[in-house]
Design a protein around this ligand. Structure first.
Ligand code: ATP
Ligand code: MG
Length: 277
């Protein structure tokens, strides 16, 4: 039988995001644990659209590398909730901030899963548009899943310019800052944008801090945007394997047409070497 809100009890708050709060909840009868994302529709006119977008996307996806949706609830006052599978180790960002060091092999295992998740959504014409360590969830077996489709997009032939500037600027690809390409029909490739964010995310996990900034420094947005658009892309030190360096280079090509696709990355030696893990 379908799960209803009455079947669930709150255990604790897991975190707050843009426009919503995520709770750990328990199914009273089965004791199964889930994550419940409650979104307040009154806060912003855009929020309601984002909620429906996220629900729509989660319904279209079915992959071990994308967080699963178990139900959607209408709450009083127009609020809505999404019941998701619970990922017990939280996000890659929280792991990194708690001092976990990610070695090359771990990065390869993470990359392999995220790339498969991206391949899955891109094949369904969905772009995530906000890929970053805090939107990748982890469980006790180091299974990694893509979450938070609040600003994602189901690609269609024309882009909606009103809905273009979304996501965290820090992980945006250079072309997303360029008014000449962004938003014009056919010129902006959202799939390639996700690959850039993936490259930056993996680099951050390895370095332990955001690659464009020295450790502990807060971003000054104008400087950061200049670095992304006009500077060389960040890269790995010469001490890592050629495969790892090469993989990051394939993701962090400033020219989006030179960036590899998710399907191409799956056959990159960096991922192939760690297959079967
Ligand atoms: P933003 O809105 O900027 O993306 P966010 O990613 O923190 O912020 P949410 O996606 O709403 O926002 O998630 C809030 C927090 O709840 C996450 O950072 C994570 O710690 C936790 N969380 C979300 N979904 C799950 C889940 N399925 N299992 C376990 N924890 C989760
Ligand atoms: Mg998030």
């Amino acid at each position: 039988a379908a799960i209803t809100m009455a079947d669930l009890e709150k255990v604790q708050v897991l975190g707050h995001g843009n426009g919503g709060t995520v709770y750990k909840v328990r199914h009273k009868r089965t004791s199964a644990i889930y994550a419940l994302k409650v979104m307040h529709s009154d806060s912003e006119p855009n929020t309601r659209r984002q909620i429906f977008q996220e629900i729509n996307i989660l319904r279209r996806t079915d992959s071990p590398y994308v967080v699963k949706c178990h139900g959607v609830f209408d709450l009083p006052a127009g609020d809505m909730a999404i019941l998701m599978e619970y990922m017990d180790r939280g996000t890659l960002e929280s792991l990194m901030k708690s001092g976990v060091v990610f070695g090359e092999e771990t990065i390869a295992k993470i990359a392999h899963q995220v790339v498969q998740g991206l391949e899955h959504i891109h094949a369904r014409k969905i772009t995530h548009r906000d890929l970053k360590p805090s939107n990748l969830l982890v469980d006790g077996k180091m299974r990694v899943k893509i979450a938070d489709f609040g600003v994602s997009k189901i690609m269609c032939r024309t882009l909606d310019p009103c809905n273009s500037y979304v996501g965290t600027c820090a992980y945006m690809s250079p072309e997303r800052f360029d008014p000449d390409t962004y938003g014009k029909d056919g010129t902006y490739n959202g799939y390639a944008g996700d690959i850039w964010s993936l490259g930056l995310t993996l680099l951050e996990l390895f370095m332990g801090h955001f690659p464009y900034l020295p450790e502990g420094q807060r971003p000054d947005w104008a400087t950061l945007m200049c670095a992304i658009c006009f500077g060389e892309p960040p890269c790995l030190p010469a001490t890592v394997s050629g495969e790892f360096r090469g993989f990051i280079e394939c993701c962090l090509q400033k020219d989006s047409s030179k960036r590899w696709t998710a399907s191409q990355l799956l056959s990159h030696p960096f991922l192939k070497n760690f297959r079967g893990c």
